[in-house]
Design a protein around this ligand. Structure first.
Ligand code: ZN
Length: 302
């Protein structure tokens, strides 16, 4: 089971508050202490567009991670990669992204899907030359808030092109929480056939409360790589007020309860989520933060 914690990027980017660099570093180090071995640290985006991540370089330079952690950085474009490469020793992976639907991609990055693919090709080649591992994430892979249904065939064609361009891992994002479990199961069965040798990763949001159900469906279709965010941090501006990624602590709790080993210390992960809650000064939304872990030793107190 492989879990990539995306809270420090996907979470902080989409929360209204801008956390101090030292707080981000402390939270990231807590996540590593909890046993998370894949962490997306930040993104080199334009600070005027996303002020929440304006300290990307400072975070990379300050954070101290054990060698067991594979750190990744989200790269919006070639310029972002050049900025990140000034801190090359601080991360091992890059994530590039695009949307499966034209209208979402246009609104998100102001490019057509074909233009995004061309840019990602150049970015991936440069990253591979720097011995970086490459993940590509396809947003709106299960539905688009502007276009509605997105054909699985189209998503897989884009994924095949990304693999040809050098992506070793492809994440399929349901960033607006439109996917349902049956759709997810059918999709990943097809994806496994279409993309042999590529690590397939599921990135679900809990917008409509179906995040963990989708995880189970993906698991049953053979997926063993997931992305999640501690405290259920993050969200998406469309639809308005949408909740965030599935919570890492909810995901880990479900896996452990099903007897699936993750190597993650749930208590320490919850401590990290509580620390994020304190830093943001408001309650976060994960179920485990409210209910706590399952305790089979004690009868329910009602
Ligand atoms: Zn997300």
């Amino acid at each position: 089971m492989r879990i990539r914690e995306v809270g420090p990027r996907d979470g902080f980017q989409n929360e209204p508050e801008v956390l101090p660099t030292a707080t981000k570093v402390d939270l990231i180090e807590r996540l590593a202490c909890a046993g998370l071995t894949r962490i997306e640290l930040t993104s080199f985006v334009r600070p005027d567009v996303i002020p929440q991540l304006a300290d990307a370089a400072a975070v990379l330079e300050a954070v101290r991670l054990p060698a067991s952690v594979t750190a990744s950085v989200l790269i919006p474009n070639e310029r972002g990669l050049e900025s990140a490469l000034e801190h090359r020793s601080k991360f091992q992976e890059i994530n590039g992204f695009l949307s499966a639907s034209e209208s979402h991609n246009q609104r998100n990055v102001g490019r057509s899907v074909a233009e995004s693919l061309a840019g990602l090709g150049r970015t991936f080649a440069r990253a591979r030359a720097e011995s970086l591992r490459v993940e590509a994430v396809i947003s709106t892979a299960f539905g688009c808030p502007y276009e509605g249904r997105v054909e699985p065939r189209r998503v897989l064609q884009i994924a095949e092109q990304l693999a040809e361009l050098g992506a070793q891992e492809i994440g399929f994002g349901d960033t607006t929480g439109m996917a349902n479990p049956l759709q997810v199961a059918a999709f990943f069965e097809e994806a496994a056939r279409a993309l042999p040798g590529v690590e397939l990763t599921a990135h679900f949001h809990n917008t409509r409360g179906q995040g963990l159900a989708n995880v189970l469906a993906a698991l049953q279709s053979g997926v063993s790589s997931f992305e999640s965010s501690f405290g259920e941090l993050g969200g998406c501006p469309v639809p308005r007020g949408a909740t965030g990624n599935i919570a890492s602590e909810d995901l880990v709790s479900m896996l452990h309860e099903m007897g699936i080993h993750t190597g993650i210390d749930l208590g320490r992960l919850l401590d990290a989520a509580r620390a994020a809650q304190q830093a943001l000064g408001r309650p976060l939304r994960s179920h485990l933060l409210s209910a706590g872990p399952v305790d089979w030793q004690r009868p329910p107190s009602g």
